[in-house]
Design a protein around this ligand. Structure first.
Ligand code: BES
Ligand code: MN
Ligand code: MN
Length: 460
């Protein structure tokens, strides 16, 4: 019945997602503020059409949150579905083969049935919209087995600060038994997996100031500190010859995994040659003594997201710049704490900067790491649902990415999450030409009702 419904509604499911993908809901750009409202209203209308009650676009100090619910019986369990309708910026635009907000289906080697190319297709519009369509299907076929609440936010890509406040203020309304999230990746379409860990994040911006204005680099060069040189040196000092991070105290709270746990993690199917080929690199890089899966799954990192300063226009200009900047994200793992790691980096940079410059480190946002259980009723229900839909048991994996609100679901609402994502790491999330397999989209819609059924039955 599920497969039939999907087959009959396949084109409409795609058309509706295309409409959603056409809204340029870039949360970090104030120029898109109205698009964010348009997008939230769109999600609201679709939740109402699918059969949700009390659907509301809730204003926040930033972008709105869309809430909706269907309570069929308060005695039954409740699943809280979380997702985000905001997307990452699309620059550099010229690297997109088709415009980011004009969804286009194209075949790829990994997606022979076609993939939807558009910003947000995999992260996360295509993924949260599977839940809206699966809910519609359960409503229309009278098979919704338990209660469901939807909370779709517009600030995930900028740190979910206002959602954190929203959940604290709405504890009663959000009461549930588990949080279901499709905003992560699987290993491959024939190797389904469920994420059981997310790294946390400390995101900072560094500003190094030298002289009060840009100077002539011949007249002053050699006698006045160049902020770009100083910043580059500070950044370069963060990794030692083993690519171990040198910030004092950085690893103090990191949990060391047992050999058995590490062996388990490395059992996940992974081919280093394919990985390198896919990224067009001749070799990987990282902390000595750890595999690639460990480097992204269980180890903390220090990554430059951008660096700028001085003259970067056409031709040349001989200038000794007054300022240099960098955006830095550090991925953190249990039991590191976001604020503590930001403080350690700040202290380190302040301590190594010469007197000839001033350094300011600004805390932009962050989130704590999470580990989700694999022995819970909800995890087992999700694993079984995937086995039914894909014909294979999912592999538990650790992902390198972050979803800042997940730690707060646990801390503020006492709720564990299940990270049942259907994208692939190779779907170019945050990159030009982001895409999401049509197979993945439809398979996700098929899997979700199995999860609801399994979870309700096992909760009785
Ligand atoms: N959906 C991603 C996180 C993700 C992607 C987890 C793939 C696992 C696999 C999410 O939208 C994201 O990009 N989060 C940001 C954090 C945010 C605070 C900017 C990230 O990880 O950089
Ligand atoms: Mn996401
Ligand atoms: Mn993202």
């Amino acid at each position: 019945m599920i497969r039939e419904y999907i087959e009959q509604n396949r084109q409409r499911f795609l058309d509706e997602l295309f409409e959603l993908l056409r809204i340029p809901s870039i949360s970090s750009d104030s120029a898109n503020k109205n698009d964010m409202i348009t997008c939230a209203e769109f999600v609201k209308e679709k939740l109402i059409a699918a059969g949700a009650d009390k659907v509301e676009v809730c204003p926040t100090a930033g972008h709105p949150i869309v809430y909706g619910e269907k309570i069929i019986d308060p005695k039954l369990p409740t699943v809280l579905v979380y997702g985000h309708y905001d997307v990452q910026p699309v620059v550099p635009l010229d690297l997109w083969d088709t415009p980011p907000f004009e969804p286009t289906i194209k075949k790829t080697a990994i997606h022979p049935e076609g993939a939807i190319f558009a910003r947000g297709s995999a992260d996360d519009k295509g993924q949260f919209y599977m839940h809206v369509k699966a809910f519609e299907m359960m409503m229309k076929t009278n098979s919704l087995p338990c209660n469901v609440k939807f909370m779709i936010e517009g600030e995930e890509e900028v740190g979910s600060e206002n959602l954190g406040k929203f959940i604290v203020a709405n504890k009663e309304r959000l009461k549930s038994n588990v949080v279901m999230i499709s905003d992560t990746s699987m290993i491959a379409n024939d190797v389904p997996s469920i994420d059981v860990g997310l790294r946390g994040l400390s995101y900072v911006e560094v500003e190094v100031t030298g002289p009060k204005i840009d100077l002539h680099s011949g007249v002053y060069g050699g006698a006045v500190a160049n902020p770009i040189t100083i910043l580059a040196k500070m950044i370069a000092s963060v990794h030692d010859e083993n690519n171990h991070i040198t910030i004092p105290g950085f690893y103090d709270d990191v949990i060391t995994l047992t050999d058995a746990e590490r062996a388990d993690l490395n059992k996940a199917p992974f081919n280093l040659d394919d990985y390198k080929k896919d990224l067009a690199i001749d070799d990987v890089w990282g902390e000595k003594g750890y595999t690639t899966l460990e480097r992204t799954g269980i180890r903390p990192t220090f990554e430059l997201n951008g660096i700028w300063g001085g003259f970067t226009g056409e031709g040349s200009k001989t200038v000794l710049p007054a300022k240099a900047f960098a955006k830095i994200s550090m991925r953190i793992v249990p039991h590191q704490k976001n604020k503590n790691i930001t403080a350690l980096l700040t202290k380190y940079f302040e301590s190594i900067a010469p007197k000839s410059v001033k350094v300011v480190v600004r805390d932009l946002h962050g989130g704590e790491p999470v580990i989700t259980p694999t022995d819970s009723v909800a995890y087992i229900a999700a694993a079984k649902a995937i086995e039914t839909a894909f014909g294979k048991k999912p592999v538990p994996t650790r992902s390198g990415g972050s979803i800042p609100i997940v730690a707060l679901f646990e801390q503020e609402l006492g709720l564990k999450s299940v990270l049942m994502g259907f994208g692939l790491d190779s779907d170019a999330l945050h990159s030009p030409n982001e895409h999401y397999g049509v197979f993945n989209y439809l398979k996700g819609i098929e899997t979700i009702p199995y999860f609801f059924k399994n979870f309700t039955e096992a909760s009785k």
